[in-house]
Design a protein around this ligand. Structure first.
Ligand code: GGG
Length: 364
């Protein structure tokens, strides 16, 4: 009999619908683990610790997370995150105080965001009905437009006189590692292609450096097709020629915007999964749905848990459990295919209904 592998997971539901979707994801993962114990083949379990950080915590303490938060997180096997942001706290304070603090300090430099079309979910794209569509956005997650470099000054000039500078940082090291990651990922896919996205006609320093590094790295992968596309043209391509995409690599901001577009094209932001990876495994990686905290529907049982559960599948892959990840993905497809859908994708099921259906599908 093989020993049970126990994964220590830090759960950070944070704000709004984050609480509902993390609870759903935990229930589905625990059901999967319970089943693995029953047949004792490659059994695994989860040891959860939940952290109360987020905007509510900020209102009580003046901090989005504890000062020793990173120290407390660093030895977990992974972080399972919900969503950050609430109208009572400025968005830049909540984002930098929690999600970006974790991503940047744990050098989670690769943010993987698959664009996955699911059975039973209507896409606004007409060609999604009869064309195989499946691509993944690889977001540079440590620098670029999110480097946090700059400042505000000269407020002393009075109303209307203040200035602000926000610089983007592009390093050869940062560009090269995310591009190699994208090329290695492309080699695992049916279509071996990497599309690099910039706005290097206008951003003539950082993004031209990105293009130069892309050409240099591409030379090491002669078996992988490439293209370099400006972000405006790539937005159009997402809508008009998505069948030509496989791996799309882009800077922090461009990839954030493109992946939201991709999720919307797949039917809803509520469906999209993501992994913030520290590929060297010096720090825990963080798995979270792409969507935010959705204050308009929070606490009403309306949130779509599929993005969070899909992120759990990415976490299982990271743990070296691809068969379990595939099982979870099949349960997602069985659930949406059976028409058990939340409101954002045209159904009337609650978060709880979808969670129960996912667990039933695992056991079917
Ligand atoms: N679960 C993802 C999340 O909470 N996102 C909040 C957000 O505003 N993110 C912006 C960003 O990370 O660029």
């Amino acid at each position: 009999m093989t020993a049970t592998r126990t994964f220590r997971i830090a759960a950070i539901p944070a704000d709004g619908v984050g609480a509902e979707v993390v609870a759903a994801g935990r229930a589905v993962l625990d059901a999967l683990a319970a089943d693995s114990r029953a047949d004792s083949q490659g059994a695994f379990a989860f040891d959860w610790q939940e952290f109360p950080w987020g905007c509510g915590y900020y209102e009580r303490t003046g901090k989005m997370m504890d000062d020793d938060g990173l120290e407390r997180l660093k030895d977990f096997d992974a972080i399972y995150f919900g969503a950050v942001g609430w109208p009572t706290v400025p968005d830049h304070v909540s984002l930098w105080g929690l999600r970006l603090k974790i991503c940047q300090n744990f050098d989670q430099w690769a943010n993987v965001r698959p664009v996955h079309f699911l059975p039973g979910v209507q896409s606004p794209l007409r060609k999604a009905d009869d064309t195989e569509l499946d691509w993944v956005v690889v977001r540079e997650n440590s620098e670029g437009e999110y480097a946090g470099l700059g400042g505000r000054n000269l407020a002393g000039r009075g109303q209307g006189g203040e200035v602000a500078v926000q610089s983007a940082l592009f390093t050869e090291v940062g560009c090269e590692r995310i591009m190699r990651f994208a090329f290695d990922l492309a080699r695992t896919r049916t279509r071996r292609k990497v599309s690099s996205v910039t706005k290097s006609n206008a951003q003539q320093y950082g993004m031209v450096l990105w293009d130069d590094v892309f050409r240099r790295v591409a030379a090491d992968y002669p078996d992988v097709e490439t293209e370099s596309v400006l972000v405006d043209a790539m937005s159009a391509k997402f809508v008009l020629r998505p069948e030509d995409l496989s791996v799309v690599v882009a800077s922090n901001l461009n990839a954030d915007i493109l992946s939201d577009l991709g999720s919307a094209l797949a039917g809803s932001l509520g469906l999209a999964a993501s992994a913030n990876l520290n590929p060297e495994r010096r720090f825990p990686s963080m798995f979270e749905p792409v969507h935010g905290s959705a204050p308009d529907i929070a606490g009403q049982g309306l949130a779509n848990p599929i993005g969070a559960v899909g992120s759990a599948a990415l976490m299982l892959e990271h743990f070296g459990l691809p068969d379990q990840a595939a099982r979870l993905q099949k349960a997602i497809e069985a659930t949406t295919g059976a028409g058990i859908l939340t409101r954002d994708v045209g159904g009337s099921a609650s978060t709880e209904d979808v969670t129960k259906a996912l667990i039933d599908a695992l056991n079917a």
